[in-house]
Design a protein around this ligand. Sequence first.
Ligand code: AMP
Ligand code: MN
Ligand code: MN
Length: 331
Amino acid sequence: MNMEKTAEVYSEIAKVIAAHESFIIMSHVRPDGDAIGSQLALGFSLKAMGKTVYLVNEDGVPESLEFMKGSEVVTQPPSEPVDADVAIAVDTATKPRLGENSLVAAGKAKVWINIDHHISNPCYGDVNLIDGTKPATGQILYELIKALEMPIPEETRDAIYVAVSTDTGSFQYGSTTAETYEMGADLIRQGLDVGKINADTYDNHPYRRLELMRALLNTLDISADGQLAHWELLHQTQVDLKLQPDDSEGLIDLIRGVRGVRVAVFFEELDGGKIRVSMRSKDKGVNVCEVALQFGGGGHALAAGIRMPGPMVEAKAKVLAALGESMAGGN
Ligand code: AMP
Ligand code: MN
Ligand code: MN
């Protein structure tokens, strides 16, 4: 999005905020740090302006993000629509990824705002602030909040940091820009405790996560040329180890980090038999979002996901074949 277009969308969002009192803010199912962080960041800023804000996530706040200030106000959707005039979706590539119950909860909204950084986002809002060049939705929100001179309470400050840190692999990925670091510096000047927030985010895992890692390593497989590595998690293993959905968050980086690997894939069998596929590419020549789109998924060029029918063996065969083709073509 160019600067003129961005300024235009900012002013549309400012008008919607000024003209309404009640908001429901949602993000994607199986929320990550950018999803919950973005909800909290915008939610607490709007609350500080005196607005009524409902923070709703289909799956609630995962245990690993419960440390976030204010996270207790994010609830699973009630069965009835809430009294909100404006619905805001953050970090969510497609409307159905908000979840069926969240869509019911937002049923009274007259205006939809869609704020995201997924290149596959089809602009399903009445107002769309989509920028695929930003490393996290949290950074888009930081820039919006600054531009509109909205308040930055502690909850917002910390949530922006967690959102951006988790989506950039701790400010490491190529999507990280000078603006990202400048933002980090600004948040620290505003009182953010870097040591504590990083310890809470990265050094606070339950023991079962290591047991999960051991189970995953037992399924590790790599193509003959060493370029395509994958592992799988069966539903029975999740039951046996009493896993929570977010226990696997970020583990794919272990196989992505192997020398020679261009693409890493994580296959997970969900309760009910659907397969969740997580893909990471280390090679700009292999766009995993394009592969995800072939199966109804989406995401970013180097990190994308799919939810597809099982059984596991068939889903694996289809996705690995599509990836093999993409890797061979170098497209
Ligand atoms: P994950 O592998 O779940 O961490 O997801 C990688 C990226 O792809 C994230 O930005 C997700 O929001 C996005 N993504 C994951 N699954 C889907 C899906 N089924 N549809 C669209 N985008 C997805
Ligand atoms: Mn996300
Ligand atoms: Mn994100």
